[in-house]
Design a protein around this ligand. Structure first.
Ligand code: KDG
Length: 337
């Protein structure tokens, strides 16, 4: 082979190899995103949209590896992994963050929000941001709130038609003092438990009942192990999308903007999806044989009356200023003085 041809061949090979190596070196930033429900749930659908948005906006340079069904751990375990930097992102319940930031307990207040409009306005406004920002000192960055939804009771013992029907019901609650205090005050035998253990606990009758929004009761197939459902809407439950601060701080401003913009799109999608699917979920749960009753306004009022002292405890735990600011904002929205 002539020297010139050989030299050209060598140049061509080295250029191609360098290009191949360079392409391999730009590995997409892989973001491990954990969540507790399954990929068929509202949580799973919103996570898929979030992942698609990030990959599209970054031109493939950033990829989200969604891991559902608590395969990366419970909410509490994933929160610790974010703080330590062993995991990049997650979505989970604000209720399980109370041990890290006490002010998150504000969102556990029974009957705080009367409807999703009030929830969106407070959570996406200055009060929601103020609570979210308190996570930063603990090594977590909050991005947006998703909707878990208004929570309802299910159990295997009896329809809950009055507050006294809760007496002695072994009721699983999230790992959170407000939920524990609330249901103990209402007469139930409240049992704190991670979500990932709940189906088995219901199936083996380790607990009699639980409380969750319609979508979760359907997507987690609780109808297979629960006979009665009582529509109580006793609390609006947010989820929160969070990032490890160790990971967040080493991202460029452009990368942070890509993630934040995608998070906002996922929030807006998730709320519409969750609200649309909730109506269908109620109908599905009835068609799957659950015996459904609605707690009367009288009994809801009695429940609220019994929980007044729990609310006083929440005001103390979250700080009276934050409590009063929230109550004033809600009163203004309701046209009250
Ligand atoms: O990972 C599960 C959490 O998202 C949690 O919020 C689900 O509402 C839930 C519960 O009852 O634990």
């Amino acid at each position: 082979m002539k020297l010139k041809t050989l030299f050209t061949a060598l140049i061509l090979f080295s250029t191609t190899a360098a290009g191949w190596v360079a392409a391999q070196d730009i590995k997409p930033r892989l973001i491990r995103f954990g969540y507790g429900l399954n990929d068929q749930s509202n949580q799973g659908r919103a996570t898929k949209l979030f992942a698609d948005e990030i990959e599209k906006s970054s031109g493939g340079k950033m990829k989200l590896r969604a891991v559902g069904a608590a395969a990366l751990g419970s909410d509490v375990q994933m929160q610790q992994a974010l703080i330590g930097g062993a995991q990049e992102m997650m979505v989970g319940s604000t209720a399980t963050l109370v041990g890290i930031v006490g002010e998150m307990g504000l969102w556990d207040t029974p009957f705080l929000f009367a409807n999703s409009k009030e929830a969106d306005t407070i959570l996406d406004g200055p009060i929601g941001q103020k609570v979210m920002d308190k996570l930063r000192d603990k090594g977590i960055v909050g991005l947006v709130y998703w909707e878990n939804g208004f929570r309802n009771l299910t159990n295997n013992k009896r329809p809950i038609t009055k507050v006294e029907d809760l007496d002695g019901i072994k009721l699983r609650v999230m790992q959170n003092t407000v939920y524990l205090d609330s249901f103990k005050t209402l007469g139930a035998n409240a049992v704190p438990m991670a979500f990932s253990e709940l189906f088995t606990a219901l199936e083996t009758k380790a607990v009699d009942g639980q409380e969750n929004p319609y979508n979760t009761i359907l997507s987690s197939k609780f109808f297979e192990v629960q006979k009665f459902m009582t529509v109580s809407n006793h609390v609006y439950s947010p989820w929160i999308v969070t990032v490890s601060k160790k990971y967040w701080d080493q991202l460029s401003k452009d990368e942070q903007k890509i993630i934040m913009d995608a998070a906002i799109k996922s929030r807006d999608f998730e709320r519409v999806d969750t609200r649309t699917e909730a109506g269908k979920a109620l109908a599905d749960l009835k068609s799957k044989g659950m015996q459904v009753n609605e707690l009367s306004m009288t009994e809801v009022a009695r429940m609220r009356e019994k929980l007044v002292k729990v609310n006083a405890g929440i005001a103390t735990n979250v700080g009276n200023d934050l409590w009063q600011e929230t109550q004033a904002a809600l009163a203004k929205m309701r046209g009250q003085k």
